[in-house]
Design a protein around this ligand. Structure first.
Ligand code: FAD
Length: 394
């Protein structure tokens, strides 16, 4: 006879483990299945090994979704403070790095261990290294087919994440199941990902590779004030990862170097006191020298004395520094993307419980849903919040 559980959760990642612990705490028999050999692998590598596990400033506005209201209910049900309280109960030391981003002092493994203990304490069964051959509706709920057995589930939770980093076991499983049960999908694309430039730009920007600079990066109406990194293949760093989620192929991104500084006034004043100096030398007092040189070349003002520049020429140079633009050729794709944008269409899900409106007993949580956070701990907070809300409903 097939083994039977109240709740079967596919995916032992952030959302799946949080959901399992909460469902188990409510007395449900819970089985968690994962094809990976270890649970929470993305947690383990996240935040440079220290896991940026939440963001104190989490608000619905920090998420991209076709329905900006969808995330509100779950985010209100389980807040960053709730997760911090859990972390503190386990004596895990943490610190705020910047912009409300909370990291483990020691290692991201502490978060994985904490979730495993939470599950164990309430009797959750975890089976790793388990391939799922298929899922079907049954008279009592769902039937999950494994290689050599089938498992009956009254409730089925899909928590298999997105397509980001296939090397780590990411699959499109959730999207296939959603389609199988007639749920719509929002087109998926890589998010929080470095952007690449065309070969010609690669050559001219090559001299800047490795340089990090504070910028305001923008695309459309969205801007982020964070660091940008020039790479051998294009642009990266937090500002670019953030803007990559808003960027669409063919669009330009705008970059303001030294945002908030009135460079025009500074240069015009310098023209009186340092008029004999070259443009790039004076610019290099406000920007990294390599970048100042590059911008002077782009402005066709290399080696020109500041005193020779008219107000108009200075304004043109300032326009370039504060409104540098570039049309990326593409992105580094799912190979390095931290998240997958799009996913299970929220119109088909109940925002309070994450259950498919037309398929009672079938739930989708975490990254596979069309809710994607900014860089900075927001994606884990969505995983905890959607997992918890579902765990309370199953
Ligand atoms: P996942 O954590 O991806 O878990 C999905 C699970 O499902 C995995 O265990 C996988 O093995 C399993 N699975 C997949 N397909 C199948 C299948 N067919 N059968 C069985 N099992 C399957 N977010 C932050 O908020 N802060 C950070 O610091 C941060 N750093 C990151 C760093 C990197 C390098 C990456 C890639 C992502 C980072 N993220 C970060 C994003 C964050 O990791 C994800 O948003 C989060 O893990 C999503 O949780 P999830 O439970 O939905 O999916």
């Amino acid at each position: 006879m097939a083994k039977s559980f109240d709740v079967v959760i596919i995916g032992a990642g952030a959302a799946g483990m949080m959901c399992a612990a909460e469902a188990g705490r409510r007395g449900r028999s819970v089985l968690v299945l994962d094809h990976a050999k270890a649970p929470g692998e993305k947690i383990r590598i996240s935040g440079g090994g220290r896991c940026n596990f939440t963001n104190l400033h989490t608000a619905p506005a920090n998420f991209l979704s076709q329905n900006p209201h969808f995330a509100k209910s779950a985010l209100a049900r389980y807040t960053p403070r709730d997760f911090v309280a859990l972390v503190e109960r386990y004596g895990i030391a943490w610190h705020e790095k910047t912009l409300g981003q909370l990291f483990c002092d020691d290692t991201a493994r502490d978060i994985v261990r904490m979730l495993l203990e939470e599950m164990k304490a309430v009797g959750v069964v975890l089976r790793l290294g388990t391939e799922i051959s298929g899922v079907d509706a049954s008279a009592t709920g769902f039937r999950v087919a494994l290689a050599e057995e089938t498992i009956d589930a009254r409730t089925l939770v899909i928590a298999t994440g997105g397509k980001s980093i296939p090397k780590m076991g990411a699959t499109g499983f959730a999207y296939r199941i959603a389609e199988q049960f007639g749920l719509g999908l929002v087109e998926t694309r890589p998010g929080l990902v470095p952007l690449t430039v065309a070969d010609a730009a690669k050559e001219s920007l090559g001299a800047l590779a490795g340089l990090a600079v504070d910028v305001r990066a923008g695309c459309g109406k969205t801007t982020f004030d964070e660091a940008m990194l020039f790479t051998h293949r294009g642009l990266s760093g937090p500002a670019i990862l953030q803007i990559s989620s808003y960027w669409r192929e063919g669009e330009e991104i705008r970059v303001a170097f030294e945002p908030g500084v009135d460079l025009g006034a500074l240069l015009k004043a310098a023209r009186r006191t340092q008029g004999r100096q070259a443009v790039q030398t004076v610019l290099g007092e406000h920007l990294p020298k390599r970048l100042a040189q590059h911008l002077a070349i782009e402005a066709a003002l290399l080696d020109r004395s500041l005193a020779d520049l008219s107000d108009k020429a200075i304004d043109r140079l300032v326009g370039l520094v504060s409104g540098w633009s570039l049309k990326p050729a593409g992105s580094e794709g799912y190979r390095t993307a931290e998240v997958t944008l799009g996913g299970v269409d929220t119109r088909h899900l109940d925002s309070r419980t994450m259950m498919a409106k037309a398929v009672p007993g079938l739930f989708f949580i975490g990254e596979c849903v069309d809710v994607t956070g900014w860089l900075g701990g927001y994606n884990f907070q969505w995983a905890w919040a959607s997992g918890f809300s579902c765990g309370q409903a199953v």
